[in-house]
Design a protein around this ligand. Sequence first.
Ligand SMILES: [Zn+2]
Length: 1005
Amino acid sequence: MIDTEMPNTPTVKLLFEDDVPGAGTGGGDIGNWSSKGKPNGSAAARNRSKTSGRCSGCSICLFLTIATVMFLAGAILGIYYFMHTYGNCIEATKKNTDSLDIHSTEASLEDEIFEQCGQLFPWKHVRLPESVVPSNYRLKLHPNLETSAIHGTVDIELKIVEETRFIVLHAQDLNLTTFTLRMGSQQVQARHLVCPRLSQWAFEVDEAFQPDSKLRLTLDYEGTIHTDLSGLYVNSHQSKSEDNKTVTISAVTQFEPTHARKMLPCFDEPSFKAVFDISIIRKKRHLARANMQLIRTEAYEDDLVLDQFAPTVVMPTYLLAVAILDGFEKVRRMTKTTLKPIEVNLYAPSDSLAGQSEFGLDTGVRALEYFEDFFDIPFPLQKTDMLALDDFAEGAMENWGLITFRDAMLLYHPNSSTEKAKETVSLVLCHEMAHQWFGNLVTMSWWNDLWLNEGFANFMEYLCVDELFPEWNVIHDFFIENFLQSMLQDGFRSSHAVSTEVIDPAQIGSIFDAISYQKGASIIQMLRGLAGKDAFRTALRKYLKKFEYSNAKGEDLWKIIQEHVTLHTTVSVTDVAETWTTQVGYPLVRVELIDGGSTLLIKDQTRFLFLEEERYANATDQWPIPVQYITDKHRSHKMSWLDPGAQDVKVPLNGPVSWIVANAASLGYYRVLYEATMYKEFAQQLTHDHTKIGPIDRAAILNDAFCFMRSGHLTAEVVMDLITYVEEGEEADRIPWVVILSNLKHIETLIGDTEMLGLFQKFERSLLLKVYERLGWDQPESHVDRMLQTDILALSCRLQLSDCTKQAQVRFHQWSHDKSSVFVDILPFVIEEGVRHGTPADWERVYREYRTAQNPSQRFMLLMALAASEDPALINRFMAMCLNPSIVRPNVLPRALGVLMQNKAAALPAWRFFRMNYDKIEALYGGTTTLLGILVKSMIENFNTQFDLDQVRAFFAARELSASQARVDQAIEMVKLNIQWRRINEKPLQQWLKKWGTKKRLVKF
Ligand SMILES: [Zn+2]
């Protein structure tokens, strides 16, 4: 899957975006905001005993999960009042209680199962026994789109691996009508038992089955088409025509991680791979699609038809997919450079297809061709479909041969989609195509290695887009969108290891987050950097070939990479990979120059934690750390290592240097804290000639500095002095700007109610003025310049740089009369400015446009602009819209309310509205997805007083957040960090601003 990051928003919001992939249920008691999770029984589940007692009764459903995730946004800041040198990582004496544990005890799970499913149920573990494995499913499914009923028959071929008296498989929200169990032609008598807590059915016989026996289990069952975006669920599409608001209903699947069991009884774990023969019964006017190509359509009873699809390749249940579509059309293209031509189809509602399918189709084809070549393994299916859906909790899902997308992630219109939207569509397409090999062909053995799927796909999407659109320089975006984002979430005790033990569906959902995706990708980037591009690719090809149609673990990959790589240190590739993927968090490395600048001293490492209260004395976490460095005298990268436990490592530098970048190109996943004098050198170098430090290194130094200001390792003075170089207007690279703009914006929210706000905004305007004038309002040629212009102009207008406000309003009025008169990239903030300063009639005009826009990313942009009004009546109207799913889709609601919270005039009413209508909002989502958590997080994460925090806690004290708990816990930590920031930084920042204001007092902004 991929996250739900929405395009068409000013790109500087990147660091604050919320919708991160995954997240989850965690379950547990939220009363005290702890992350106490649902029982998991980790070890128990792996210890698969074969038997158990018996007893009766079962009740209580399990809550499942899903997840989209994303997380973390927010930029990064901190300053510690008393510190002038680095160091002094304020070591709190707090005991190492280790991170808020999302797992609970094995014993409690056993107890719960026993209590809820009774003694009769013969299996007591969340994970299925391995004594019986499926090889083939023949599924005949009749989903009735009018009644939402599912009737299914599934015929499962089974093989006995170990002697056993029962077959256990998953089923959730399904009712068994009849079943037969056969061995050869002989029917076997069996008892059917149910354990809803585990979503399991068992079929028990008196006489044990012997190894190598073949069985056939046929199940006739009833189920439901769901409305909570999981299992087989309802996707509705409303026509965008002003006079015809017809709604068409389709049904599509989202099974990852544990929702296949809601459509058919199955062995719903990734290692139970099998072949699926699928038939769908449908009305004639509907269109059915599945993983494989259609091979036959025949008449069925009651004027229905039955579509039969070709048998799938061997694959896990979470990749199974079907769609029964109403009102969809397709465009089609064949690949050219693949071994065999592959049919690629893009499906969308017929009124959405025109004019906006070409880019997605073309990029999908090119991505497929790229990966077949890159991995050197032919794509094994004849076709792949790509579906644009209105209702989709994720960004996209890689179902083999039937990839599903949130519409904004697939449809691109050259006149209504921004450059950012184009980049997002490309990255998402490449991500899903990478999964066709990484994840689909070779699947993680269990969800603890989810990151192998997602980290790789997240990493490979950038290589792919870089190949397809080299002029975009998208590798720079990798740094912002993966490295920085995940380091924010990973800087708290509540974080988890990349490879983390998970058992319960609730926990599985919670790891679809920035750690699995973005940190996973960053670790992979580090390993590739250490191995070298060619050796890395060779190893990947061998890995995929060796484990194709099978399952693998992280260690399987490390072993193969290790065969191709020698690291010049005492640690092996496996050591590096294992430590970085199994240990929570990341290190802070302290360095300085000694011996007159001719020696690099790598002092030590400690785990980096934002919150002082979370740090603890005698922390023992250590990592093998590659220290790749450049200096002002030596531009080529050199490498040294800081081994676990090592301190004061001296590296001779071949002559004196003024500064050193100690994690050059951000190869390693860690932060570097330099001694105080080095920051002065950096500041001088940036002012004198900033290009001497590369763009990623500039961005990393600045970003780390903002983070250290947040954590208290650096003062406001050091950080503000570092960024003033951009005042000259010479900084032309986007990523240092993204770091600066997002962090400034975050500081602004923290000091929004203080008297220094005005002066701080003056400071911001002074930083922007020259680059604003340089970039101007004409449309730049290149993709990269267009993205930078959007960021700079958006912030300039928000800061009410007078010319910006004027220009934006002129363009808003032009746009009101002629939609094509303003180029699309600047539209988001032009319309936002128009709404902010406009009349109710202007708001109405934008609203009408929102209701009729065909392009999903444009629609999203218009909705965000509507949240900018400061008129109380319109703010109320916007909030009322948010409760009407036909006007604001639940999957964009978190962002809609999040943006409203950033509107000063609306923040208090919005928070009140949210609490008053919480029950209705909760009902929109159900407990399955993490969208509620994303929403709560977007509402509260900018709070920055103890009063706010107490209010939040009081409000949620008696509320159950199930799937969304982890998100909300993260938001709480962010609020604590905001409070810490204010405590540490407010006064020093004010003093610095006063000094700066005195210097600038003659300058007019
Ligand atoms: Zn993915």
